[in-house]
Design a protein around this ligand. Structure first.
Ligand SMILES: Cc1ncc(COP(=O)(O)O)c(C=O)c1O
Ligand SMILES: N[C@@H](CCCC[NH3+])C(=O)O
Length: 415
């Protein structure tokens, strides 16, 4: 368990604040984030990278709450975005456009314009067609777009197939074998300026070796480009470092960074990283309340007020999240299917969890800071959860629970 979420005298606390107090004040379901945990994670990266020119671009998709983006912006972070919406959130949170890298296979003309207007650091271009489009859009605006090519190194990230991105059969990046030719082509396009190279092989990696295999391929490409007179200012190695949800043993941030720096020894290019999950995953928990206990013939169900619309990782990837009682209580301990109110059999938060709970008990779903709120939806017309950030002894509401009128925003009935 993260050191930021700990039991104190039987009460689960975030820092010094009992989660039960937060539930009483803000209701459930509610995401709770620890500012100290966010700061710690970021500092582990920046400390490990000391002495090396670098930029830590937090991957906004992991959690785009404005308060979280603001914490990272104040720490000096850059941002990895994948949409115009994410760029707008970064700017609204006080992020520096000049530290933004823009990834993604489907950038629209409008998104390119927005990013060029804002003056982002780099477009991570993922196809030949995107290269052409970006050149045209930049030209039409009288601008020059800074670019990297995202190369697909064809390395097995050894992670869930839905979140592996660096294999030939994945949609991401340009084929490794075509990268030099595409760089040559980019060098001829007048409204593009080549600044770097990028790769990202997948998410929730728990071993270092696939990262190193990818770095080696990227460096071979950097050398091949140098032989052609194409010199790069930065090398972006993406994100992907995993966290402990259950019994995984991912490398510590410092060890992961040390391994990358070892592989990059003797290289002077600026190092860009795009960590998402490892910065926010264990900095957040989802608080939920037991609505009903429903004994079944084969299984006991604990029906809680959070559901797959709030946290879809279990339904989508069969992902494991530790579920803990917020108060240690003297109920009979039983094995429960922890499920939400949504009309889908796949609507579960956890299978076969041994819990001592009763109706109205509060539960904390741990490691929910990454890809929790950011992947939430209004499915079953459920309002999105509230989000709070704990900063020392202070608790701040950083996003209100949606209300019914908000759920209707922008819609109209026609006659
Ligand atoms: C291009 C890119 N960069 C960074 C990330 C962040 O990944 P993670 O949250 O695994 O660190 C992702 C998501 O996998 C991504 O697609
Ligand atoms: N959404 C995924 C990770 C995808 C990473 C984005 N490229 C998760 O919850 O684990």
């Amino acid at each position: 368990m993260s050191s930021h979420f700990q039991y104190r005298e039987g009460a689960l606390c975030v820092e010094q604040v009992p989660l039960a107090d937060i539930a009483a004040q803000f209701g459930t379901p509610c995401y709770v984030y620890s500012r100290a945990a966010l700061t710690d994670g970021y500092r582990q990266f920046s400390n490990a990278l000391q002495g090396r020119e670098h930029l830590i671009c937090y991957a906004v998709k992991a959690n785009s709450n404005l308060a979280i983006l603001n914490v990272f912006a104040r720490l000096g972070a850059g941002f990895d975005i994948v949409s115009g919406g994410e760029l707008q959130r970064v700017l609204a949170a006080g992020g520096d456009a000049g530290k933004v890298v823009f990834s993604g296979v489907g950038k629209s003309v409008a998104e390119m314009r927005l990013a060029l207007d804002a003056g982002i650091l780099c477009f991570n271009v993922e196809s030949a067609a995107e290269l052409e489009r970006l050149n045209e859009v930049a030209g039409s605006m009288g601008k020059v777009a800074p670019i990297s090519l995202r190369v697909n190194p064809d390395v097995d990230a050894k992670t869930h197939p839905y979140i592996s991105t660096g294999l030939k059969q994945n949609k991401f990046g340009v084929a490794y074998t075509e990268a030099v030719a595409l760089y040559r082509k980019a060098a001829t396009l007048p409204h593009l300026r080549i600044t770097g190279v990028d790769c990202h092989i997948g998410s929730q990696l728990t071993e270092t070796s696939p990262f190193i295999a990818a770095v080696e391929k990227v460096l071979a490409l950097v050398d091949a480009l140098a032989r052609e007179g194409i010199r790069l200012e930065h090398i972006d190695l993406g994100g992907g470092l995993g966290i402990r949800y259950n019994d995984e043993t991912p490398p510590a941030i410092a060890d992961y960074v040390a391994a990358l720096l070892g592989a990059l020894a003797g290289r002077s290019e600026k190092l860009v990283l795009e960590p998402g999950r490892v910065l926010v995953g264990n900095a957040g928990a989802l608080l939920t309340r037991v609505e009903y206990l429903k004994p079944g013939e084969e299984k006991n169900f604990a029906i809680v007020d959070a559901a797959m619309n709030d946290l879809m990782r279990p339904a989508l990837y069969d992902a494991y999240h530790n579920i803990l009682p917020v108060q240690r209580e003297n109920h009979v301990s039983q094995s429960y299917e922890v499920v939400g109110p949504i009309c889908e059999t796949g609507d579960f938060i956890g299978h076969a969890r041994e819990l001592a709970i009763a109706p109205q008990s509060l539960l904390a779903v741990l490691s929910a800071g990454a890809y929790g709120m950011s992947m939430s939806s209004n499915y079953n017309t459920r309002p999105r959860a509230a989000e709070v950030m704990v900063d020392g002894a202070s608790v701040h509401l950083v996003r209100e629970r949606e209300t019914v009128p908000q759920l209707f925003a922008g819609e109209k009935i026609i006659s």
